[in-house]
Every structure is written in C-alpha cells, then in structure tokens.
Design a protein around this ligand. Structure first.
Ligand SMILES: Nc1ncnc2c1ncn2[C@@H]1O[C@H](COP(=O)(O)OP(=O)(O)OP(=O)(O)O)[C@@H](O)[C@H]1O
Ligand SMILES: [Mg+2]
Length: 407
C-alpha cells in the first residue's frame, strides 16, 4: 500500500498543464428546462437589504434541484417567488418557454395559473377533512368533474402508498402518513413542477430517511421537475441531481452534489458541504492549470497533490492551507522506530466513539490539533503516537491568512 502511494506521490505534476478552466456547473443542458429563473431580486418591505440578489438557475424536467443553505439565506423566498406567493422586484421566471414573471413587462401570473404543486414543512393537512377530501381539495377548487376527481385522488394516493386510507381523518395519521397525503395533494393536479420546502424536517431521523427514498422513487416514476429546499446537507447530497448552495441571498455554486463536494469554488461551499480538515503546507511546484504539489509543514517528505483555490493562483514557496476531506486520511498506530516516508506523525489526544466511526483529536507534528476519523475495528489508544497517511491527490489548496508561525 505504502509503495503505491509513494510512487504516486513522486509523480511530478504536468508543468505545462492546460490553463485554469472555468468552474464546471454540471448543467444538464440536454434536458428540457422546466423552470428558468433569471436575475431575480427581492427586498421585503421594511428590510434594508435584499433577501435575494441576482439569482439565476434552471430546473430541468426529471431532476431534483435543491436549494441548500443556512437559515435566512433566501431558500423559502426563492420558492415563494416561483410559486407566485411573492413578486420579485426584478428578474424573470419561465415555466418551459412560457413566462410566468417578467418584471419589465409587469407580468406576474397568479399562483393558481402556474401549475405548481407545493409541500411545506408543516403538512397542512386539514384535520376536519378525510384523506380523500384533503387530496381532492385542489381539484374541487378548480371545478373538476366529480368522476375525474375520484379517479385522480385514487391514483395520487396509490402513488404515495396511501391507497385504502381515503376515509381516515388527518389527526388519526402518523407524521409520515400525513406528509405522504400532503405529497398526494400536491401531485393531484399533475403539476409541471413540484416545490418542496423542508418537507421532512418535522419527521424523526429514521422516517426522514425513508421519505427521502420514497421521494426519489416517486420522482423517477413521475419524471417531473422538483425544486427542493433544505438546510440539511446530507439530505441535499443524497436526494438531488443538482444543488444550488446559497448564502445571504446569493447562489455560491450550483452543480452535482459530487462537484460541490470535490470542487468547491470558495471556502463557504467547502465548509458547508461536508467537513474539511485544514493542514498547513508549502507549495513545491505549480502549473498553469492550478495543480500544485505541496509539502506538509512538519513532514517535508509528505507531499500531496491538489488544485489551488487561492484567487490569483499559487507559486512555489507559498504557504497554503490544504483542504483534506476526513475520509482521505488514514490513522495508523505508530509501530516501529521510524515513520514510513510520505506520512505525518502525531499524538491521539482523545478518542470519541460515535458508533459508525471513532473521532480522534490528534495533535499533529508542526500543525496543531486536527480531528481525524478512524475505523472502529482498528482503534488507536488514547494518548498514543500515531501516523497519518493522506491520500496522495485530489486535495484543495486555499490562501493562507497567516505565515503559519502560530503552530
Ligand atoms: N415576509 C417577510 N418580511 C420581511 N422579511 C422576510 C420575510 N420573509 C423572509 N424575510 C427575510 O428574508 C431573508 C430570507 O428568508 P427565507 O425565509 O427565504 O430564508 P430561508 O433560507 O428559507 O431560511 P430557513 O432555513 O430559516 O427557513 C431572511 O433574512 C428573512 O428574515
Ligand atoms: Mg425557509
């Protein structure tokens, strides 16, 4: 194992690498656009700053696009603008080719003219109505014939696995069942787009996982576009075809979950999507495509490869932070008198058993304290010396604000 890693570490980076390519977006451009949002701005009355700033994104037919971000970043506002529950100050929204909002033309279709289904965090199932009456409600409001209402309600309930519960009243259902009824009610009008605002956050962890899976299967079967809102990154990564990560009303990056995890465009994305360990290092070589070879501080023969995210790039001699995902570090007991080359040493100061893994607080030579994930079948003793083996490549390098003298 060590031999493989070492030979890889020694492979020089291509000095003439292609110039830095623009950030990938993973746009599913061959699919048909279900919703196109262009340059939306929204400031609520009485607020001094906009809740949404120049927001543009597409949702394609047959995909789950997720708006992810911290509380107050503008996710619900975006969904409400798409639904027609709020009017933007500027910008356009199209459903397919059809404009539903064009602020310059003073066009804004009413919510019931947009053919969207919505599911919210609170299921909003009316307690005085049966399941069938709840699901039939949007059709009755649109004056569908009685026979068609019955057929559609039956189909929608079957779709969410609630056939047979037609006559039950809302309060006699579990949280998960109520949420499935809310899904059936949102789907019964056969909308072009389904808008989901934190639909699972009232459910317990187990049920949330089950519902995630059900929504994924439902989406595959129906092949409709879903715009999904969550602040839970696990939910976003597992459920979405693409994610738009927002902060302070601005989309920071959009693309596949893998793209955001592996190629975050800035520190906010890096730290919001998954965990990142920061090691200090010095750039040995760099090429025009932004690839770097970096030696770890405290272990000069531990050289890793990655890509720079410092604005303006990096040159040899620069001090940087190396962003390493926790699963890319292996923690080993320090056996023997000399550490194999390509590793960095440390001391496991504390070990926290958290079930699926053990989290070690490691004082790393020349670095400071880093939390490392370990495998529960091969634990390392608290207080013992350890060796850390970093994956050779695929890391990110970030501008260092310090001269690393504080270590
Ligand atoms: N009706 C309103 N009037 C005034 N300000 C509002 C209104 N609704 C939202 N805001 C403000 O707009 C910003 C974005 O709110 P929004 O509800 O869209 O955030 P969010 O991302 O959905 O947050 P959360 O994860 O907490 O639901 C916040 O600063 C919020 O205080
Ligand atoms: Mg919200």
């Amino acid at each position: 194992m060590t031999g493989d890693a070492t030979s890889k570490r020694c492979s020089p980076i291509d000095p003439a690498g292609a110039p830095l390519a623009p950030a990938r977006t993973d746009d599913a451009s061959q699919a048909k656009i279900a919703v196109r949002i262009e340059g939306l701005w929204k400031t609520y009355p009485g607020n001094s700053s906009p809740s949404i700033k120049d927001l543009s994104l597409n949702v394609y037919d047959g995909e789950i696009m997720t708006l992810l971000g911290p509380s107050g970043c503008g996710k619900t506002t975006t969904l409400r603008l798409v639904a027609g529950l709020e009017i933007p100050d500027a910008g356009n929204i199209y459903f397919g080719d059809r404009p539903v909002v064009m602020t310059s033309q003073r066009l804004a279709l009413a919510p019931n003219k947009r053919n969207v289904g919505m599911v919210f965090q609170s299921y909003a199932i009316w307690p005085h109505m049966t399941v069938a009456e709840n699901v039939a409600f949007p059709l009755k409001a649109r004056k569908f014939p009685r026979k068609e209402i019955k057929d559609r309600v039956g189909r929608a309930l079957d779709l969410v696995g609630m056939g047979g519960f037609e006559d039950r009243h809302g309060p006699l259902l579990s949280g998960g069942q109520q949420q499935r009824v809310a899904f059936a009610r949102a789907l019964v009008t056969e909308p072009r787009v389904l808008l989901l605002d934190e639909p699972f956050s009232n459910l317990d962890a187990k049920l949330r996982e089950q519902m995630r899976l059900q929504v994924k299967l439902l989406q595959k079967r129906l092949n409709i576009a879903m715009l999904f809102v969550t602040h839970d990154q696990i939910e976003a990564l597992s459920l979405s075809n693409r994610v738009a990560l927002m902060n302070f009303g601005v989309v920071q990056q959009q693309g596949s979950p893998r793209l955001l995890y592996e190629e975050p465009v800035n520190e906010f994305v890096r730290d919001f999507v998954g965990r990142t360990l920061l090691f200090k290092g010095k750039v040995l070589t760099s090429n025009p495509s932004g690839q770097l070879a970096i030696a770890l501080e405290g272990a000069p023969d531990c050289v890793v490869f990655g890509r720079t995210y410092s604005p303006g790039g990096n040159k040899s001699g620069d001090l940087v932070y190396i962003g390493v995902r926790p699963e890319d570090v292996e923690i080993l007991p320090a056996l023997g008198s000399s550490m194999p080359s390509g590793m960095i040493g440390g001391t496991a100061e504390a070990a926290l058993f958290i079930g699926e893994r053990i989290e070690y607080q490691v004082e790393v030579d020349g670095q400071g304290v880093v939390v490392i994930y370990g495998e529960r079948h091969h634990p390392v003793d608290e207080g013992s010396k350890v060796w850390l083996k970093l994956r050779a490549d695929g890391h990110s390098a970030w501008a260092s604000d310090l001269s690393h003298k504080d270590a």
